[in-house]
Structures are given as structure tokens and as C-alpha cells.
Design a protein around this ligand. Sequence first.
Ligand code: 5RP
Length: 220
Amino acid sequence: MFSQDDLKRAVAKAAIEYVPVDSIVGVGTGSTANFFIDELAKIKHKIRAAVASSEASAKRLQGHGIEVLSLNDAGDIPVYVDGADEITRHLHMVKGGGGALTREKIVAASSKKFICVCDASKLVDVLGNFPLPIEVIPMARSYIAREVVKLGGRPKLREGFTTDNGNIILDVHDLQIMNPVELEAALNQLAGVVTNGLFARHGADVLLLGMPDGVKTMTA
Ligand code: 5RP
């Protein structure tokens, strides 16, 4: 019987195949990304460095003796490897369960290929069952919450949490996201929104999905 961690470990191992020799690797955040970091450590002599999407991932990479560059010093990155909270067959995602969505979106945008690593539980037909995180400038909290209600969502402040960028997170419940590309753009238009956790306009390029009978590869 495979545990969820076994599936995460399997996709993390599979993602190593996508890392070019002598490259700077974009690294995501979360428990699946942590397995990837541990796999990356095994081939650290074959890569140049990493760019991390959170302080937590940077610390874990450095703990393994992998050099962490700031994105501004890295230039274009060939691959970014990260998990997701939900993903569809179109490779649209909800991310940000760990609160790192803004840096994740920035590093992903600077990368040629997004390799998403997930256990099978993350694959869904429609996004929204997992509350959609929105990173918000603190003074805009109530305004954004009211706007989100108009869009049919039920926003909840992530209590006691501050992002690496010093902002707050509103987790939006009760959304059935039929058109993720449109909703991503609409939320980004609201003054005070830093980033929302929809990765639809630029989704993943490859999904490595951990199933009990092996790792399934899906492309957009
Ligand atoms: C963090 C994220 C993670 O990728 C997402 O929460 C999935 O995490 P995990 O691999 O622990 O299930 O977006 O901000």
C-alpha cells in the first residue's frame, strides 16, 4: 500500500529527469517540493545553483549545500519544479496552500518550463474545492474581501500568517471555478491584490502525477 508521501517521493524522483546538466533550477515550496529538494541534493554536483520560491525552500536547499541565487542574478531558468493544491487536465492550477504563491508565480514566470509534481489526490475536474489563496496588501483586506463576496466567494483571513513579502492571505471558499483564466485576470485587477493562487494563464507544461501504479506524465 502506497502512502501519499510515497507518491510524492516518486514524482519528485521523476522530476529530476527534467533538470538539465549544469543548469540553474527553479524550486517550489511545500511538502512535494521538499521531496524534490532532497532528490536534487543527490545530483547537486550536476547543477549550478537553485532559485527558491520561499525562504523555507531556500533554507532546505542551503541545508543540503546547494547554492541559492536571487532571481535577479539567475536570468532565465530552464525548469521550475513545484507542487499544486489542485490541478486540472488542462494543467490549470490552484496554488498557495503554503502561502508562497507570489514568489512561486514570479519564479515560474521566469522559467521556460513548469514541471508540476503531485500525488493523484490533486487532480480535479473543476478548481475551487481547495480554497483559493489571494495575497493582499494588509490595508486592502476588507475591500478585497467585499469584492470577492461579489464574485460569489467566501473569503477567510489566514489567521496568524504573514507572507515572505509581509502581506496577508485571504483564502476564498465556495468557488466553482469554471473559467480560471478569466477569474485569475479579474482578481489581479483589484487594487491591493498582489497575486492570486490561480495559475491558469500560464499553467504547468508537464504534470507528473503520482498514482499507485506509477508516475503518469501529462502535458498541456
Ligand atoms: C505552496 C504551494 C504548494 O505547491 C502547494 O500548497 C502544494 O503543497 P504540497 O506539496 O505540500 O501538497 O503552492 O504555496
